[in-house]
Ligand binder design. Sequence first.
Ligand SMILES: [Fe+2]
Length: 350
Amino acid sequence: MKKSAFILLLLLSISAFAFAQDVPKAAQDLSKQDTTNPAALKKLESEPQPNADSKPVALTFAPLADSKKFTLIAYGDTRFSDPKETAATNPEVRVALVKQIASEKPSAVLISGDLPWHGGDENDWNQYEVETKPWRDAGIHVYPALGNHELNGGDEKGINFWWAHFPELKGSRWYSVRIGNCLVLSLDSNSKLGDGSPQTDWIKTQLSAAPKDIDFVLFTMHHPAYTDSFPTPAGGHSARKQEQDFAAMLEKIQPTVRARFLVVAGHVNNYERFEHNGVVYLTSGGGGAKPYPIDRSADALYKYEKVNYHYIRLSVDGRTLSAHMFRWEDDGKAGKFVARDSFTLNASSK
Ligand SMILES: [Fe+2]
């Protein structure tokens, strides 16, 4: 081998090693897999659990001066953890997001899962409490959906910590909450969502029994029904069948009801927007978790291919819901939030 070729090979090996150090363990495990084989990749996605018990809980949250004009924030994949953990999650961005969200003075924050890095580690939950003090100081309510990281470190341990930090949810893995003219259905995509499952039966009942003055139904869940992401050595997740079937069900129901459906998922550490058969689907997994770029398809309504740390502001004003995605941009100082996507949903008057 020529000396120049050897040096090039050496440099490539060093950069590959450095890259591997920067990639979370799950992604490193993935890098050993055949990423060209769809069947192999499918096995890497966690499968939903069939036996999750959940006591139905219907919460009502209405401390609103005007029950038809208020702001909600949606985002997910924060991965609260020791600030020394900088490979799996970005503590600087996490703190900036919490502070910015507090300054929005929303009525509530909807979190689409993966709130802690390791749900079985109480220190991560305590770090969540420490970092979100600005929300408690501002009296902002938090409604979380269960992600897979909540159960990371033991299902029972994780779910018990979740309930300890959100005591009004105790005993429930999925629940509803009415906020003004919005009905929020917070789902557990770790559990079965298919036809005949307790969770899907409950969703159908919630929709058929929804009060007539509900203008928007917001579904928060962790695993997305639509995404352009797929597993790569740098990270990524494909959509699973149960969420695709769930979306097909919503798209059948949407034309038959007056309220508009909006689905906010996470799991994919980026931002995406799609609309299918009148239902809008957002991926909002840019709350701090190690981000990765996405090659956008023709279906994607948001096209920026790089990473997107962000949050989404949902402003409800009667039968109009205006959504704005604010992306964190590093200006070399403290960073700033810039509106990079927006859309409007209108509920029918009939
Ligand atoms: Fe996740």
